[in-house]
Design a protein around this ligand. Structure first.
Ligand SMILES: *Cc1c(COP(=O)(O)O)cnc(C)c1O
Length: 328
């Protein structure tokens, strides 16, 4: 017997916690954390909220296989593989670059395999071209593919973060705390687009600051701005947006996407050693570098209350062990 009434993936609400030791150590603003690393799906992360809505859509459409695309250590791909397993759908992942030797199948890539995803390697091709070929192969085999873009960042996926903002808003009221700014890692833009929509819907007047991990601010801001109206429309919200609604800081790109430098190492160690919370080396470490630097530079005032939105990514730590162990 098949019982599908409602499809839930994420453990919600995720905890909202004061980081009291980190707050003491930085000796500046009061720092809080929203634990979307604890969304609960195969080590969690921000894609779980998006996938809950995306896979509902896939099931509604009668799809039988889910395809998506990402980097070798993509957290999005790993969460998609887990979500597809839960929904009893097949999963095909298109990963950038060439297949590494088996000895390097660690972190998210190991989990992709354990979760039963079929993997296509893009090789020297643009992964989006490979993705189209993989979807076509599924159609030819008589299946009905559901294709999810990079990071699950379309209006359906982004809408999940408008709902996440609403969840935070409820927690802020319940706890009696107000955040002057919310800081998080931003890459394909869906998380930020959703948060901006949610913030506007709730009349939040603090700052929603995405720390870019791979793109120049101008480029990422345009991507996010384009996502805002269809995301609001998806939720039947009558809102208008301008570029002013989108704050992206690209000062912390460091060595570029997935390059671990001393700054990321320091941020990972600091949070681990003060709060016992693990950041990931690719996304959340860069966002934390941005937050800590803002505090040190005085750009974030000592009288502020600031939220760090943890977006997950912990399995990637193991794939970057060597880079993380360098230096002090
Ligand atoms: C995907 C991801 C992000 C970025 O979210 P976008 O919606 O793609 O901007 C941030 N942190 C982690 C750990 C991620 O996996």
């Amino acid at each position: 017997m098949k019982v599908v009434e409602q499809f839930f993936l994420a453990h919600l609400p995720t905890p909202l916690e004061l980081m009291s030791r980190l707050t003491d150590v930085v000796d500046g603003p009061e720092l809080w954390i929203k634990r979307d690393d604890l969304t609960g799906l195969a080590t969690g992360g921000n894609k779980t909220r998006k996938l809950e809505l995306l896979l509902c859509d896939a099931l509604d459409l009668g799809s039988d296989v889910v395809l998506t695309v990402g980097a070798v250590q993509s957290n999005h791909c790993r969460q998609t593989a887990a979500a597809a397993a839960r929904a009893a759908l097949d999963c095909v992942l298109v990963l950038r670059g060439h297949e590494p030797p088996r000895s390097q199948w660690t972190g998210n890539l190991l989990l992709d395999d354990l979760l039963g995803a079929r993997i296509w390697w893009a090789g020297d091709q643009d992964p989006l071209v490979t993705l189209e070929a993989a979807a076509e192969a599924e159609r030819t085999a008589g299946r009905r593919p559901y294709v999810i873009p990079y990071g699950g960042s379309n209006p359906t996926g982004a809408a999940a973060y408008a709902l996440a903002f609403e969840e935070l808003w409820g927690q802020m009221l319940a706890v009696g705390v107000y955040f002057d700014r919310i800081v998080f890692a931003s890459s394909s833009g869906g998380t930020q687009a959703g948060l901006v929509v949610g913030a506007k819907g709730c009349f939040y007047d603090g700052q929603v600051v995405g720390i870019s991990v791979d793109k120049p601010a101008e480029c990422l801001r345009e991507t996010i701005l384009a996502l805002l109206p269809p995301t609001a429309a998806h939720l039947d919200l009558d809102l208008t947006f301008s570029l002013e609604d989108v704050t992206v800081d690209d000062h912390y790109l460091g060595g570029g996407y997935a390059v671990v430098t001393a700054a990321e190492r320091e941020a990972v160690r600091l949070l681990a050693r003060t709060e016992g919370i693990l950041l990931d080396p690719v996304y959340t470490a860069k966002a934390m570098v941005g937050l800590l630097d803002g505090v040190r530079q005085g750009e974030i005032g000592a009288d502020e209350t600031v939220l760090f939105w943890h977006t997950g990514g912990v399995p990637a730590l193991f794939a970057y062990a060597e880079a993380l162990l360098q230096g002090p």
